[in-house]
Design a protein around this ligand. Structure first.
Ligand code: ACO
Length: 426
């Protein structure tokens, strides 16, 4: 499917008038096609932060930020969260349709059989300082996959690379954590599902039995589903941009992981917990923090609040709020985590009544409750964004493949308005 024609817009400038085609997507979103603007007029568009710029046509994910709607390949996130597993959702995003039973069994088996890393990969981890943040370690490890496996140049090799990436990412992430602790790496277990296997590699040690709690494994699977794609956000646009130079898949995904690290994007989940802990350490009252977040002379922001696209409640945050209460109940509502959840819920309540946040239509985003769940699961705070990336992998892959197959494919290369010195001489 591609966008259909929806008339023309007229641009008048400098005594001239030109027509620009308007295109419409399948959900009625309209955009002015400016692809011939510069060649026809010499003008470019200027849109810092790209808030008004569509960089591509995409059939992967639909968001209506006004109504709080998120759909992967047409399926509402609420239905997928309730009825699917992460690997089914990965299949849906990457291949376009939900798998049949037989298709899923084959995909699941392939992923399971590719979770082991080359033994030499252990040397990669031992070369990293133990104090390193796991995000750059994971980004570098994903880039390093390209040194072990050839660049795919056939469809079959590409599908193998996709499976390897999804399978090995969880092993890389768990190994990054084990290395930071100085504990032995735990090899993957083929008898476990994706989420359970990850929990096993993270938390088991060779000298003891470790039983994966199915409630925690299901909560992790849910988190991965909710993070699986979110159309053209910062990290996805990075993956597309890097891939547009024909850089290979692993290198493009590694760049996406780096983009996700920032505190205004995926790194916000770590910052949310740090914020809640700060409030807890002060006096448990959200008011002082809120005043700082509203003060224009203070750089503090209420982490986990606000979104470029959602101007209503982020549907992922709504699902997570409920899951969060369930996991905290399971792991100890009376302890530290229970207190953090209480602070988060109170903060949300106060904020949603506050004029500053109401006027700006700032609501909790996906990161607001995810950190509390990760913490309740025992995931260390500096691993939160690594977990986000694990969930986002299928989306990045789907968008990368879509970009490379797009008939309108071109290298990404924005323009600028130059404001430096005009010509001068020594
Ligand atoms: N706390 C306080 N004020 C905020 C917040 C916040 N979390 N978010 C936005 N605002 C204010 C801004 O100061 C601005 O106010 P002004 O109009 O008086 O200048 C107004 O709301 C609009 O904000 P922008 O920064 O212009 O919105 P933008 O779309 O550029 O940024 C962003 C979106 C980065 C998510 C922002 O809301 C933010 O910094 N939130 C906190 C970080 C966070 O939670 N990031 C995770 C996002 S979800 C994800 O990436 C997975």
């Amino acid at each position: 499917m591609s966008a259909k024609s929806a008339g023309e817009a007229t641009l008048q400038y400098d005594g001239k008038s030109i027509s620009l085609p308007v295109v419409e997507g399948t959900e009625g979103e309209r955009g002015i096609d400016v692809s011939r603007l510069r060649s026809d007029t010499g003008l470019i568009t200027l849109d810092p932060g790209y808030g008004n710029t569509g960089s591509c046509e995409s059939a992967v994910t639909f968001i209506d930020g006004e109504k709080g709607i998120l759909r992967y390949r047409g399926y509402p996130i609420e239905e997928l969260a309730e009825k699917s597993t992460f690997l089914e959702v990965a299949y849906l995003l990457i291949r376009g349709e939900l798998p049949s039973k037989a298709e899923f069994a084959e995909f699941d088996n392939e992923v399971t059989l590719h979770t082991m890393l080359h033994e030499d990969f252990k040397k990669f981890f031992s070369a990293m300082p133990k104090s390193a943040h796991p995000m750059p370690v994971t980004a570098a490890a994903v880039a390093a996959l390209a040194t072990f496996y050839p660049e795919p140049d056939t469809e079959e090799m590409l599908q193998r690379a996709v499976v390897r990436l999804i399978a090995k990412y969880s092993t890389l992430a768990a190994f990054a954590y084990k290395h930071s602790l100085g504990q032995p790496f735990m090899y993957p277990r083929n008898s476990l599902d994706y989420a359970s296997n990850f929990l096993h590699m993270m938390f088991a040690v060779p000298c003891e039995e470790y039983q994966v709690d199915p409630v925690i494994a299901r909560a992790l699977d849910l988190l991965l589903i909710l993070h699986a794609d979110h159309e053209q956000n910062c990290s996805t646009s990075t993956v597309r941009m890097v891939g547009s130079s024909r850089a290979p898949l692993f290198a493009s995904i590694s760049a996406g992981i780096s983009a996700l690290w920032g505190s205004l994007h995926g790194g916000a989940n770590q910052r949310v917990i740090e914020m809640l802990e700060q409030i807890q350490a002060e006096d448990g009252s959200a008011d002082r923090f809120l005043e700082r977040a509203k003060d224009k002379n203070d750089t503090t922001r209420l982490m986990g609040f606000g979104h470029r696209v959602y101007k209503s409640y982020d549907p992922r945050a709504a699902i997570l709020k409920k899951a969060c209460a369930d996991v905290v109940d399971r792991t100890g509502a009376n302890g530290d985590i229970g207190q953090l959840l209480e602070i988060a819920m109170r903060l949300e309540e106060v904020t949603l009544r506050d004029d500053y946040f109401v006027e700006r239509r700032l609501y909790p985003n996906v990161d607001f409750y995810s950190g509390v769940i990760y913490k309740a699961m025992g995931i260390p705070v500096n691993m939160f964004t690594v977990m986000f990336a694990m969930g986002r992998l299928p989306g990045w892959i789907a968008q990368w493949i879509e970009m490379r197959r797009d008939p309108a494919f071109r290298i990404g290369r924005p323009r600028q308005i130059y404001v430096g010195e005009t010509e001068r001489h020594l």
